[in-house]
Design a protein around this ligand. Structure first.
Ligand code: PMP
Length: 346
């Protein structure tokens, strides 16, 4: 990857920050769901530079944009994001000396906005009345059209987003699985931009002929199934208000649905029983993996990602008592053991 960068100063800073991104450990969870043994293997993405899976995408988009001449030293990076992407661009932008402007829906957790600001980036809050997620994309586009030297990463449509996962997360996961002599039967990931599920999915399909690749959405707000915004949910980072351009449902297997309350309960249990302080979307991905595993049957092996930590959700329902409902899966799950496998160092 290093050879595509021309400017030596930029190259050296990118190479430095790249040492803090990717090569994440693999969490190996022995579980039972309704008495059926399921092995869930999850990439531990909070181990990245700013604590989320989105660092991979931000780094790759910036690298490619420098290589293509679309981004130059001193340019402003302007992006529309519900949170983790803003934190990643703000931090990596700071490493490279770029001003960063983040357009963010104003109902996202307070921690996210404070983190973006802590990296010296500017936040433009966008209210529901101003158009929410779609409004923030339009506002970022309008800013870029009106001001000179603005770079728009366009995470919802940029091919470098899934490519980041196809060239890093996917091969890392495969190398870790091969070391363990494990063949995965399915992969599932909640869809924000879709970069994770499309990119890792593309790599795993090449590596394992029988594998199925599943996008996940909140059952409370099934945008992928319906094609538009419907309902509300509390799994920050996934299911915005539209199906992103990156997502090609015809290249994916069935859509998995989980309830947001169930995801909160599972994320709470991962922390309190195994010491894995993950965010709500990780709880959702864990449930998605268990749902698929239960269908596949005894001894199933399902892979996923734990996208970030609980630190950005301390002021949210993740840290309050969540009511259990009859149709939730979490009460039927036993978390029997955790092993952690180091990065395969590829
Ligand atoms: N979980 C969290 C916490 C996220 O921030 C994101 C990114 N929006 C996702 C999951 C989904 O990742 P992707 O954008 O690659 O679909």
């Amino acid at each position: 990857m290093n050879s595509i960068i021309l400017d030596p100063a930029v190259e050296s800073r990118l190479a430095s920050v790249a040492n803090l991104i990717g090569d994440t450990p693999l969490l190996d969870l022995a579980c039972k769901v309704n008495g059926i043994s399921v092995r869930v293997l999850a990439k531990h993405e909070m181990a990245n530079f700013t604590g989320s899976v989105k660092d991979r995408m931000a780094l790759h988009i910036i690298r490619r944009a420098y290589a293509d001449g679309r981004l130059k030293p001193g340019d402003t990076i302007a992006e529309a994001t519900s949170g983790n992407t803003g934190i990643s661009f703000a931090a990596i932008g700071r490493v490279l000396g770029h001003p960063v402007r983040i357009f963010m829906p104003d109902w996202m957790s307070r921690e996210r906005a404070l983190l973006v600001r802590s990296f010296g980036a500017e936040i433009i809050p966008v209210s529901k009345e101003e158009g929410g997620f779609l409004g923030s994309i339009e506002m970022a586009d309008a800013f870029a059209a009106a001001a000179p030297n603005v770079f728009r990463p366009q995470q919802f449509s940029c091919p470098s987003n899934p490519a980041a996962h196809e060239t890093s997360t996917g091969p890392e996961l495969e190398a870790q699985l091969r070391k363990l002599n494990v063949v995965p039967q399915a992969f599932v990931a909640g869809v924000g931009t879709g970069g994770t599920v499309m990119g890792i999915g593309a790599h795993l399909r090449k590596a394992y002929s029988g594998i199925t690749i599943h996008p996940l959405e909140p059952a409370n707000s099934p945008t992928l199934t319906t094609g538009h915004k419907v309902g509300t949910h509390r799994i920050q980072g996934i299911s915005d208000e539209f199906i992103p351009e990156i997502v090609k449902l015809d290249q994916l297997d069935s859509i998995v649905q989980v309830w947001d309350g169930d995801s909160i309960l599972m994320a709470q249990r991962l922390a309190s029983e195994l010491g894995l302080a993950v965010g709500i979307s990780s709880g959702a991905n864990m449930l998605g993996a268990l749902q698929l595993g239960e269908k596949l049957g005894e001894g199933a092996v399902v892979c996923t990602v734990f996208s970030d930590s609980n630190k950005k959700y301390l002021s949210t329902d993740l840290c309050s008592a969540e009511a259990v409902r009859d149709d939730y899966m979490t009460p039927h799950v036993e978390l029997e053991g955790l092993a952690v496998h180091a990065s395969a160092g590829i």
